[in-house]
Write a protein that binds this ligand. Structure first.
Ligand code: SF4
Length: 873
C-alpha cells in the first residue's frame, strides 16, 4: 500500500483519536476487512468515516490510474521505442483527463442552470405541462369497476413459485422498464462493473435525520482529484487547473421519502405508497391514469439532466425531492442512473439490508464498500426487517373483504385466479381457526407455535405454498381487494368523504397477510412463530432469531464492511452471532477513547444505600418497598449534589410506575415529606410514560416533543430538572442530553428481559443449539451443554448491556462536555458487567461505593470542574 495523506483531507487538524480512527478505517478498506468501530458521540465519527473512506477511494483510483499508465499496460509490445511508449502514455492520460473535464463541465453547467432556475421558480410552482397534467388528472372516483378485476394469471409463468420474468415483481410498465434498462438502471451486469471508475461507498444509517446530518458533514470535505497535475500537463494540452474533481454523492430514499405525486404520497404508509405507485404504472393502465412523473421513453434527456443535477451538488433527501418537483420527474426513479456515477451513496437501513429493496434499486454491492453507522442495533434491525405479524381481527376483515369481492367478480375471474383466491381463503381460514383455538390464552403471555399448527386447516397441506405466495405478490391481490372495498365504502357513505379518505391512507389489510404469508410459506430455520393474546385480539408473529444468513450476502459481495457506532460494546456478539463464518484474520475491531479527558467523566458503581441496604434490582427484588424507597432517597441525594439536569433510567415502564407511586406515598427519611415531594422541591420532575405520551408533575405534556422543551426550559430557568426515563424507551437512544441537559445519568438496575418469556427462551435455545452444532463440537456430553448455555447467557447479558450503554452514552456529547454516570446496583461492581461497558468509559470508572460516598465524590468532581474549567475544554 502506498503512503496516504496523514491528515486524510480532514477539514481541520484532526485529533489523535480521529487520526487513529481514519488510519484503521483506511487499512480496513484496503485489506478488505469486516471491521467494527466504536467511537463515542462528539468525537467527530461522521467526519472521520467520510475522510478515512473517501481518502482511500481517491487514493485507490489514483493507484489504479497510475498502474494503467505503466508502460506494460499502455503497450503490450514493450520492445517499441521509448518515444512510442511515451506518446501512448500521454494519449491515454489525455483521454482520461478530457473525460473527467467533460464530466466536471457538465456538472458545473447543471449547477449554473440550477442557480438560474432557482431565481426563476419558487419551489412548488408548476413548471411545465407535466405538472398541469396531474392537476387535471381524473380522480379515482371515476375509476371503472373493471380496474378492480384481477388480471389473467397463468401459472405456467412460474417455476417453483418464482416468475420467469425477474422484472415482473416490480410491476413497471413496459415503457418504463425499457427506458430504465437502456439507462442501465434495471440490471447491473458484471460487464458494467468494468466501466465504472472504481468502487462505490454505500453509507447507511438508521434515520433520515442521521443521514441528513451525515450529508451536511460531507459538504465540509474537499478532496484532491484522482489525476494529479504533473509535468506532462502542458505537453498534453490540459491545464493542471482542469483536473479538479468534485465529490459525486447521491442520496437514495424510499418512495415514501421521494414520491412527488401528492395523491400517492398522501397515502402515508410505506406499503400503501409502494403499492399505489406500482398500481399506477402497471401494464395496461390507461395513460391518463398513470403517474405523470414516472419517466417515459421520451424523458431520457430530462433523466440525464436530473442525474447531472443530482450529482452536481451534495444534496440530502429533501433537496432531491425538491429537485424532482422542480424538474417534474420522479426522483425515486430518476435518481437510479446516478448510482453508478457516484462515489458515495447514502441510504437508510431498509434499502441496504433488504435484498428485495437492493434488487428494486439495482444496487450491486460487488467489490463496493459498505459502511453501516449507528450499528449498535444492526442485528435487531436485520431480524426486524425479516419478521412480520398478523392479528385475528385483520384476518377476519381480510376474509370478509375477499368474500365480498368474490361475490362480485367470481364469474369474471379467469386463468388461475379462482384457484388461487380459493387457496388464499383456505390458508386464512386455517390461521383464523388457530387463532380462535388460542383465544382463551392468558393475556399478555407469549407462546411459541409451529407452522404445521398454523396450517392445520382442511386441505391446506395440498396447497403449493410457494406458488400461492408468488401469486399473491404478482397479482396484486391485496391492492385489488382493498381498492374494491374502498369503492364500496365510498358508495355506501357518499356523505362521509372524510371517513373513506381515511381508509385510503392505511395499509390494505391483505398486505399484512401478504407479508406474513412470505414468512409462513418459506420459514427460515432461524425463525420461530409465536402467538400472544392481547386485550381484544390475538396476534401471530414470525420472528427471525438469527440475522447471520440474511447479512451474509452483503459481507460476501462487498469489498469491505464497516460497522460503526458510538457504543458498540460488547463487540464479541457481532463476531459470534453476525459474522461466525468470517475468518479471524478478516475481522478487526477498534474502540476509540473519548475526546474528553478522563477527568471530565466520573463513573460510580453504587452498590449500597446510605442505610447499608445492598442495591439489588433483579426482577424479584424490584417489588421490595425498602429497595424502592432506598432508590428514591439515593435520587434525592444525587440531585442535591449534581447541578442542572439529571436523567435517571429505569429498567422497565412497570418499575418506573411502581417507583413513582411508592415515592408519592413514602415519607423521606430526611424531610418527613414524601420522597416525591423531596425530589420535586430540589428539581422539577419530568417522566416518561408507557404510551407514546409522556407526562410531567407540573403540566400535561403529551409527547416527547412537548416534554423535552419543558425539561430544557426548567433547566435553563436555573431550577435544574430531573427526567425519569426507561432504558430502550423513547428517550434512551438518539436524544442528546449534552451539557446542562445531562450533568448526570443515573441507571437503576439492569434491564434484563424476561428469560422465561417465549421469545427469549426461543432465542437462548437457538444459540445453545448453534454451539452444539458447531464444527468440532461433540454431539453430547455435559461440557457441550454447558458451553451452549454459557453462549446463550453471554448473548442475553450482552443484549442487556448494549441497552445500558446506549443510555449512558447520552451524557457526554462533545469535547467540552462533562458528566457523571451513576450505576446503581450491586452487579455493576462485578468484572463480568464492567467489562461490557464501552471502552471509552473504563478509564473513568471508580471503585464501588455507597450513596454517601458517591455524593461526596460528586461534590468533589463538580467542584474541581468549576475550579479548573479549562482542563475540561
Ligand atoms: S412514479 Fe414516483 S412520483 Fe409517481 S407515484 Fe411513483 S413514486 Fe410517486
Amino acid at each position: 500500500m502506498e503512503s496516504k495523506s496523514d491528515s486524510f483531507n480532514f477539514p481541520f487538524e484532526p485529533y489523535d483519536i480521529q487520526r487513529q480512527f481514519m488510519t484503521a478505517l483506511y487499512e480496513a478498506i484496503e485489506d478488505s476487512k469486516v471491521a467494527i468501530f466504536e467511537s463515542p458521540t462528539g468525537t467527530g465519527k461522521s467526519l472521520s468515516l467520510i475522510c478515512g473512506a473517501l481518502t482511500w477511494l481517491r487514493d485507490h483510483k489514483r493507484r489504479k490510474f497510475d498502474d494503467s499508465m505503466h508502460v506494460d499496460a499502455v503497450c503490450i509490445l514493450t520492445d517499441e521505442p521509448d518515444w512510442v511508449l511515451e506518446n501512448a502514455r500521454q494519449e491515454r492520460r489525455r483521454d482520461a483527463l478530457q473525460a473527467r473535464e467533460a464530466r466536471e463541465r457538465r456538472l458545473a453547467r447543471a449547477r449554473e442552470r440550477e442557480a438560474r432556475a432557482f431565481e426563476k421558480y419558487s419551489e412548488d410552482e408548476p413548471s411545465n405541462k407535466r405538472r398541469k397534467k396531474i392537476i387535471s388528472d381524473s380522480n379515482d372516483k371515476d375509476q371503472n369497476l373493471d380496474s378492480y378485476l384481477l388480471d389473467d394469471y397463468d401459472s405456467d409463468e412460474q417455476r417453483n413459485g418464482r416468475s420467469t420474468n425477474p422484472l415482473a415483481t416490480l410491476g413497471l410498465s413496459k415503457d418504463t422498464l425499457s427506458l430504465l434498462d437502456r439507462l442501465g438502471v434495471m440490471s447491473q451486469k458484471e460487464d458494467d462493473l468494468e466501466e465504472k471508475e472504481g468502487p462505490i461507498i454505500y453509507y447507511c444509517s438508521r434515520t433520515h435525520s442521521q443521514l441528513t446530518q451525515f450529508v451536511s458533514e460531507l459538504r465540509k470535505v474537499n478532496l484532491p482529484p484522482v489525476i494529479q497535475p504533473d509535468l506532462h500537463g502542458d505537453a498534453i494540452g490540459i491545464s493542471p487547473d482542469n483536473v479538479a474533481e468534485s465529490l459525486r454523492h447521491l442520496t437514495l430514499g424510499s418512495r415514501k421519502n421521494l414520491c412527488i405525486n401528492a395523491k400517492v404520497s398522501n397515502l402515508g404508509g410505506n406499503t400503501a405508497i409502494n403499492e399505489k405507485c406500482l398500481d399506477l404504472q402497471k401494464v395496461g393502465t390507461p395513460e391518463d391514469k398513470k403517474c405523470p412523473y414516472l419517466p417515459k421513453k421520451e424523458d431520457e434527456p430530462i433523466i440525464n439532466k436530473f442525474r447531472d443535477h443530482a450529482l452536481a451538488k451534495i444534496r440530502d433527501i429533501e433537496d432531491l425531492g425538491k429537485l424532482g418537483k422542480r424538474m417534474c420527474i420522479c426522483p425515486y426513479y430518476a435518481s437510479r442512473p446516478a448510482i453508478q456515477l457516484s462515489e458515495i451513496v447514502t441510504l437508510p437501513y431498509p434499502l441496504l439490508l433488504q435484498k428485495s429493496a437492493r434488487d428494486a434499486l439495482s444496487i450491486c454491492l460487488k467489490d463496493n464498500i459498505v459502511i453501516i453507522d449507528e450499528a449498535h442495533n444492526l442485528m435487531d434491525a436485520v431480524c426486524g426487517i425479516y419478521s412480520s405479524s398478523i392479528s385475528l381481527s385483520q384476518l377476519q376483515l381480510g376474509r370478509q373483504q375477499l368474500m365480498i369481492y368474490l361475490q362480485k367478480f367470481k364469474n369474471r375471474l379467469k386463468g388461475q385466479n379462482r384457484v388461487y383466491v380459493a387457496q388464499t381463503i383456505r390458508v386464512m381460514d386455517s390461521l383464523i381457526a388457530f387463532s380462535k383455538s388460542k383465544d382463551g390464552s392468558k393475556i399478555g403471555t407469549e407462546e411459541i407455535c409451529r407452522v404445521d399448527e398454523l396450517l392445520a386447516g382442511k386441505n391446506v397441506d395440498q396447497i403449493d405454498l410457494f406458488k400461492l405466495n408468488a401469486y399473491i405478490s404478482e397479482s396484486r391481490l391485496a391492492r385489488k381487494i382493498d381498492g374494491y372495498a374502498n369503492h364500496l365504502a365510498k358508495e355506501q357513505s357518499s356523505t362521509s368523504t372524510a371517513a373513506s379518505n381515511e381508509r385510503n391512507t392505511s395499509m390494505p389489510v391483505l398486505m399484512h397477510l401478504q407479508s406474513f404469508m412470505a414468512a409462513l410459506m418459506n420459514p427460515s430455520a432461524e425463525g420461530r412463530f409465536f402467538f400472544i393474546k392481547e386485550d381484544q385480539d390475538l396476534i401471530i408473529r414470525y420472528m427471525l432469531l438469527d440475522p447471520t444468513n440474511h447479512f451474509k450476502e452483503i459481507v460476501q459481495e462487498a469489498r469491505a464492511v464497516i460497522l460503526a457506532g458510538g457504543t458498540m460494546s460488547p463487540m464479541e456478539d457481532y463476531k459470534q452471532h453476525l459474522f461466525p463464518y468470517v475468518s479471524p484474520e478478516r475481522l478487526s475491531t477498534l474502540s476509540c477513547s473519548h475526546i474528553v479527558p478522563a477527568t471530565s467523566l466520573s463513573v460510580y458503581p453504587i452498590t449500597h444505600a446510605a442505610s447499608g441496604l445492598e442495591f439489588d434490582f433483579t426482577f424479584s427484588a424490584r417489588k421490595d418497598n425498602k429497595m424502592i424507597s432506598a432508590a428514591g432517597e439515593a435520587l434525592v441525594s444525587f440531585i442535591s449534589t449534581v447541578p442542572d439536569g439529571v436523567v435517571a433510567f429505569f429498567p422497565s415502564y412497570a418499575f418506573l410506575e411502581t417507583c413513582i407511586k411508592a415515592w408519592k406515598m413514602t415519607p423521606s427519611t430526611v424531610s418527613g415529606r414524601s420522597i416525591w415531594a423531596a425530589i420535586s422541591t430540589i428539581k422539577p420532575i419530568f417522566h416518561e410514560a408507557k404510551s407514546t405520551s409522556l407526562s410531567t408533575s407540573t403540566k400535561d405534556a403529551s409527547s416527547t416533543e412537548a416534554l423535552l422543551p419543558s425539561y430544557t426550559a426548567a433547566i435553563r430557568s436555573g431550577k435544574g430538572a430531573v427526567l425519569l426515563a426507561v432504558i430502550s424507551g423513547s428517550l434512551s437512544e438518539g436524544i442528546n442530553f449534552s451539557d446542562d441537559l445531562g450533568r448526570a445519568v443515573v441507571v437503576f438496575g439492569l434491564p434484563y428481559p424476561n428469560p422465561h418469556g417465549a421469545e427469549w427462551t426461543a432465542k437462548m435455545q437457538y444459540i445453545a443449539s448453534k454451539v452444539d452444532a458447531a464444527p468440532g463440537s461433540s454431539s453430547n456430553g455435559t461440557a457441550q451443554v454447558a458451553a451452549g448455555k454459557a453462549a446463550a447467557r453471554e448473548f442475553y447479558e450482552n443484549a442487556t448491556m448494549r441497552a445500558v450503554n446506549q443510555a449512558v452514552g447520552r451524557a457526554i456529547r462533545h469535547r467540552g462536555d462533562y458528566a457523571a454516570v451513576l450505576l446503581v446496583d450491586r452487579r455493576y461492581a462485578t468484572d463480568r458487567v464492567q467489562k461490557k461497558l464501552p471502552g471509552w468509559m473504563k478509564e473513568s470508572i471508580k471503585p464501588a461505593v455507597n450513596v454517601q460516598e458517591a455524593a461526596r465524590g460528586l461534590t468533589g468532581f463538580f467542584a474541581e470542574i468549576k475550579r479548573n474549567p479549562r482542563a475540561n475544554t
